[in-house]
Design a protein around this ligand. Sequence first.
Ligand code: ZN
Length: 134
Amino acid sequence: MKIDDALLEKLTKALANAYVPYSDHPVASIMETPGGEQFVGCNVEVAHYKGVCAEGSAISAMVTSGHRQLAKVFVMGPGDHLCTPCGDCRQRIREFATPETEIHVVSREGEILKTYSMEQLLPDAFGPEQLPPR
Ligand SMILES: [Zn+2]
């Protein structure tokens, strides 16, 4: 199954804008809220190697705009391999995910290679519910 053309264009543009002089491994991501708002991100590396992943970049944009819940996540890597979110990003996605959140890994052509639930991506995850109410 393929994502729609508008989504593919956003991911492709973000992938082209990724700043990856050290890894040469561009990644693009979109965070979609339950209302359908989409926030795009790409990875941004820095010389001390503590850059920002595409997912973290997109989540920052979403939160900056006042949104706190994820309906869908899209991740596109540089090739046709399964470019799944890294461990850090799985936890970042978990922060705003629900059991219904869909995490789609797509190819450069927009083909959905695999879809995960949050439970599949980060089983028995630590989350906000484990902390005392504030
Ligand atoms: Zn990551």
